[in-house]
Write a protein that binds this ligand. Sequence first.
Ligand SMILES: Cc1ncc(C[n+]2csc(CCOP(=O)(O)OP(=O)(O)O)c2C)c(N)n1
Ligand code: SF4
Length: 343
Amino acid sequence: MEKHVELNRIGLSLADYKGKPSTLCPGCGHNAISNQIQAAVWELGIAPEKVMKISGIGCSSKSANYFLDRSFGFNGIHGRMPTLATGACFGDPSIKILGISGDGDTASIGMGHFKHVIRRNVPMVYIIENNGCYGLTKGQFSATSDQGLRLKHQGVNILPPLDLCMEALISGAPFVARTFSGDVKQMKQLIKAALSQNGVAVIDVISPCVTFNNRDEALQSYSWGREHEAPIQDIAHFQSREEIQLENFEEGSYREIQLQDGSYLVLKKIDKDYDPTDLHAALDLLTESYKYHYFATGLIYFSGVPPTIQEKYDLPEESLNRLTKDRLRPSRESLEAINATLY
Ligand SMILES: Cc1ncc(C[n+]2csc(CCOP(=O)(O)OP(=O)(O)O)c2C)c(N)n1
Ligand code: SF4
């Protein structure tokens, strides 16, 4: 009997979205992220050729190789993923940019670029695979390692950590989320929502390094995450309003958010009435989380998207990378006119 292969709305199977076999350590949190990116892009029915993966250096940045083989990709230098994404977004605005980075790549060497890509509102999904150490270079402390963290070859970390969701929020990011490699269901919904937006969407994924930073007491370990994760909502993404299924949701117990591509995110309230569109509530949540090691996950902040960097420039309709020489080269007359102003 012929095996039934499920196809998405553009007629492709999940296998059409796969990448190279992972060379990361078995159990590395980053592998879970690769799998969820593959599933999210497939479920949304975005053609792999309409995605560009950009990354820096680290095990996390390597992982861009392990999904979406048919997509465009560029593995840049350490911390410079955002600068490449900024350039790429002008090349072809119809391509979805997926930036993959690590806490070392973003919070140390790439911190300035992280802030500026948000300030400029480069249209992209920015995923940080945050394991609180430099995995690739054998487990040094990173700028997100918790103060007091003890690592085998490093001793005790004496410096306070940076909170990348807080950094994204205060830089003006219109979409800020935190999730966990041990909660793949939530992660996939957040990735789908981020891909449905146009402006910069930042997702900080706590993604354990099983080789160098996975002791039970470490805040970025699987066991600590599993015991302490406190989702702020149950999240479900729907392609259209007609598809929304609310059987298990009581009246008044959920919030609907329309995303820029017309799809919807339904947020079922858990515990308290958290409003992700309230900047002060988001700042309070992150301040509490930082202070009390409260592992809040979910959509932390969502606002109307300000104009993207592409929209701020007066660009032609066509993609810049398809402009032909005759369009790019100024005419003799216009060069003469410019030259005349210089005499
Ligand atoms: C300019 C420069 N400085 C330092 C390094 C060494 N280096 C390679 S990866 C890395 C950090 C990787 O950590 P992270 O981004 O957290 O990724 P992980 O490997 O933990 O997933 C460092 C410091 C480098 N490649 N280039
Ligand atoms: S060293 Fe750590 S971050 Fe790198 S692949 Fe192994 S588990 Fe993952």
